[in-house]
Design a protein around this ligand. Structure first.
Ligand SMILES: [Zn+2]
Length: 266
């Protein structure tokens, strides 16, 4: 019965997100499936973490999107997420929820899911808020100052935003498991979240496929075309390693580090 309610809830949330322009059609369909799996098989605690990530990241991209419009004239960023972004951020969580259905007493799975959500939440908060930093970012690999929005560029503000995003997920994941030490849960989940976001930046600075928009004269992760509609040129990195794959790796790192920490200290 709860599985049916879960899928109903997934469809409802995806439809609302579509109407609010947070998702396009492919994003809404995949969000309904991913959301249905996580709500239905994970239950209320899993649904809560997913909703915190989904609602906060949708709101943040809207806030920073408005600010960006002021920053760059004629900036027409489409902040609606598509199926690739949905699968990258929620795919691992959906698989974990399915496994959890068969092993409902397994605390490791909850920690893995929390670490996964902390990583994607940290990454999104850091990206959306870090871009508003008044200080120019530095490349995570060599510390060189790079233009705002450069992949692999980090700022203190962005890192603090990432930490806040991870702490929120860590805090809520501890609240749902009162039988376990809250401090340890918070610690390992935040650790996983920050590790995931850091790996995301490291990949962005090194091997991720990076492109250049000749119209906006800007580096971008978008291919084959920029948000402005102009075809982008390959600049560096592996073409196959796009932003969605990097986000997926980020979520896997978050889950693994959190579980590793939990096995060590939990
Ligand atoms: Zn452009």
């Amino acid at each position: 019965m709860w599985i049916l309610i879960g899928f109903g809830l997934g469809i409802l949330v995806a439809y609302a997100a579509f109407r609010l322009h947070a998702l396009n059609v492919s994003g809404a369909v995949s969000a309904a499936v991913i959301g249905g799996l996580i709500f239905g098989f994970g239950g209320l605690p899993w649904a809560t973490l997913l909703l915190i990530f989904f609602i906060s990241s949708s709101l943040l991209s809207r806030v920073s999107g408005q600010k960006k419009k002021v920053l760059y004239e004629k900036f027409a960023k489409d902040s609606r997420r598509d199926y690739g972004q949905v699968l990258a951020n929620g795919g691992l969580g959906a698989v974990l929820a399915l496994v959890y259905w068969f092993f409902p007493e397994n605390m490791d799975l909850w920690i893995a899911f929390a670490g996964c959500m902390a990583a994607v939440n940290a990454d999104t908060w850091g990206t959306e808020l870090g871009v508003l930093s008044p200080v120019a970012p530095r490349l995570i690999t060599n510390g060189r100052v790079v233009p705002n929005g450069t992949s692999g560029g980090i700022t203190l503000a962005g890192y603090l935003a990432s930490a806040a995003g991870a702490v929120l997920i860590g805090f809520v994941s501890a609240v749902f498991m009162p039988a376990y030490p809250a401090g340890v849960i918070l610690f390992v989940v935040v650790l996983g979240g920050l590790a995931g976001a850091t790996v995301d930046s490291l990949l962005g600075a090194t091997v991720q496929g990076i492109y250049y928009c000749p119209k906006c004269k800007k580096e971008t992760e978008s291919a084959p075309e920029h948000h402005c509609g102009t075809e982008t040129e390959h600049l560096r990195g592996w073409r196959w390693l796009n932003n969605d794959l990097v986000n997926l790796v980020c979520s896997i790192v978050g889950a693994s580090i959190a579980v590793g920490g939990w096995l060590l200290f939990g």
